[in-house]
Design a protein around this ligand. Structure first.
Ligand code: SAH
Length: 365
């Protein structure tokens, strides 16, 4: 298996790895007129085509020529698993160089939320996360990130594939969270290229406010995101309010400690006026005490934020256990009493290992 060093994108054959401009140059180089590129672009981003064969307004010979030298999507689905409740689907995809990533579709009442990956593996090393176990394999290209969305957009629209889920309206992807495998801020360029294509009116066309980027807290990149001028939501994986504990759980904290991180979040809010979400996985006997809840409430005073508490999801070979229902409830009540908006996140797809921190490039569930 070929391993591309982090930061270097493999030159794929997928047309998803080309911008509209590059697609246009590519098509013209074959001798076809430029408007063919716009047609292909529309087939990919608005009709969710997966093959050139479907692009029926292109001449047959052109479709055959394209199919001989390129692909539409870089992803090949390997396994698809649906939760017992029928509301969560996890897909494992194979990338052109053999790497694997997972994405998760969650059906709620009015939302169809997609959790996508930004890297194959992850370099951050969080001690309670399954993705960290194998380290970083490589960054995903912008096309590989966007392709996960287009794959599920097609699935929701047509509902003609297995596995079957009871998809009622809406039949579109309504929300995207960059909370799958990888650290999106560690693959900043490709992630933002993907976000621009997902939000572009002539691209996938999703409102930026329906996209959330989650980070361990790479401060320089938070500052950079504040200047992007796109209203994507920011979520920060906090998990502890003091440096001794947070550095154990989230190693990048050694470089970007809690106080500096919270200062960066304050700068971000001052610039964007947008509420930030803090994620906090509750681990029994580690970070779930009332004293830590009180400390967290104090540190978050005056920050326009919401705290999402996630009872830890089980991962292999780990002694960490989820906080009890009682301790979870007490933790959320202390935050609320301290004036901090906080809720416990519903757990989804745990039995198919589709929950937060459970995604891994493994073949089986
Ligand atoms: N690297 C980014 C994006 C991944 S988001 C980040 O860390 O924010 C995945 C979220 O699930 C993060 O908040 C992560 O800390 C959390 N998580 C990881 N392992 C978990 C586990 N075992 N149980 C619950 N949440 C977990």
């Amino acid at each position: 298996m070929q391993i591309t060093p982090p930061g270097v994108s493999p030159i794929g054959r997928s047309l998803l790895d080309r911008s509209l401009q590059e697609l246009s140059e590519y098509v013209q180089a074959t001798g076809a007129p430029a408007y063919r590129a716009r047609q292909i672009h529309e087939w990919i981003y608005q009709k969710y085509a997966r093959s050139f064969e479907e692009m029926t307004n292109l001449p047959r010979a052109m479709r055959a020529a394209l199919a001989a030298q390129a692909t539409v999507t870089p992803l090949e689905p390997v396994t698809r698993l649906v939760s017992q409740a029928g509301d969560t689907q996890k897909a494992l995809f194979r990338l052109p160089d053999g790497e694997r990533v997972e994405a998760v579709l969650m059906l709620y009442d009015t939302r169809r939320t997609l959790c996508i990956s930004s890297q194959a593996g992850c370099a951050m090393g969080c001690s309670f996360c399954a993705t960290a176990l194998d380290g970083l394999r490589r960054n995903l290209t912008a096309g590989e990130i966007v392709a996960q969305v287009l794959f599920f957009a097609r699935y929701l629209r047509d509902a003609d594939e297995t596995p079957v889920m009871r998809v009622k309206r809406p039949t579109t992807v309504t929300n995207i969270v960059l909370m799958g495998m990888g650290e999106p801020m560690h693959n900043y360029e490709n992630v933002w290229t993907a976000i621009r294509r997902l939000t572009a009116a002539d691209g996938f066309g999703l409102g930026a406010r329906h996209i959330t980027l989650s980070t361990v807290g790479l401060i320089p990149m938070i500052d950079r995101m504040a200047d992007e001028g796109i209203q994507v939501n920011l979520a920060v994986s906090l998990h502890a309010s003091n440096n001794a504990l947070r550095s154990k759980l989230v190693p990048p904290n050694r470089r970007y400690p809690v106080d500096e991180l919270l200062a960066a979040v304050r700068r971000y809010i001052a610039k964007t006026n947008r509420r930030v979400t803090f994620e906090y996985a509750l681990i029994q006997g580690i970070n779930d005490s009332p004293a830590l809840a009180r400390d967290l409430a104090i540190k978050l005073q005056g920050i326009l934020c919401h705290v999402n508490l996630i009872p830890l999801n089980p991962i292999p070979d780990s002694s960490f256990q989820p906080a009890s229902a009682r301790d979870t409830q007490r933790f959320v009540e202390i935050l609320q009493a301290g004036g901090i908006s906080a809720t416990v996140r519903m757990r989804r797809g745990i039995e198919i290992n589709a929950g937060c921190g459970q995604l891994r490039n493994a073949v089986a569930a």
